[in-house]
Design a protein around this ligand. Structure first.
Ligand SMILES: Cc1cc2nc3c(=O)[nH]c(=O)nc-3n(C[C@H](O)[C@H](O)[C@H](O)COP(=O)(O)O)c2cc1C
Length: 169
């Protein structure tokens, strides 16, 4: 657990339009997440099981940001539908509904857990974000910033500089 588990299908690259989730991410948790449609969730390889992952994400061919992703049924909320929710580690002014989100899932962090309170869920997610930031500063992670998946057909500005500043805050 905690980042050491090897998953054969990683890194996994995928893209899709952002759809509306339950909307709890921003309101209740203060941690906005972008949801993928069912078609993208169904295309996940079977060894990418429910749990929390880290990687990079890019909206509409723009800057590439560090991200954490929750895959599964959100036991805390008892969802009946499997979801793939991405939190880009950056503060945005607006949401990304109907925009294309491209992600590379690089590593596994932990399984999905149930929590006794919203505070515990939020503090677990904050821990995931800190862990992801560290893993994504490693050279083997950073190499994906220059991958064809993000650079081809898109004019993007990699925001490595800004991201590094933020991680040092
Ligand atoms: C990094 C990360 C880790 C998460 N871990 C869990 C978890 O362990 N258990 C859980 O029930 N939900 C987990 N969630 C999902 C939150 O419950 C979810 O984002 C929230 O329900 C908002 O969903 P909505 O935008 O569809 O409303 C996690 C979300 C993120 C971004």
């Amino acid at each position: 657990m905690n980042g050491t588990t090897k998953v054969a299908s990683l890194p996994f690259f995928t893209r899709g339009l952002v759809v509306k989730g339950f909307g709890r991410g921003s309101k209740e948790l203060g941690i906005p997440t972008a949801n993928y449609p069912e078609s993208v969730v169904e295309d996940l390889p079977s060894d990418i099981s429910a749990g929390v992952y880290y990687g990079y994400g890019q909206v509409n061919g723009g800057s590439i940001y560090k991200m954490v992703m929750s895959i599964g049924w959100n036991p805390y909320y008892n969802n009946t539908k499997k979801s793939m929710e991405t939190h880009l580690i950056h503060e945005f002014d607006s949401d990304f509904y109907d925009q294309e989100l491209a992600v590379v899932i690089i590593g596994y962090i932990r399984p999905e857990l149930n929590f006794n309170s919203l505070e515990e869920l939020v503090s677990a997610i904050e821990g995931d974000i800190e862990f992801a930031k560290k893993m994504l500063d490693l050279p083997e992670s950073k190499s994906y910033l220059h991958h064809d998946f993000f650079t081809s057909n898109h004019s993007n500005a990699i925001n490595e500089e800004e991201d590094e500043t933020r991680s040092n805050l």
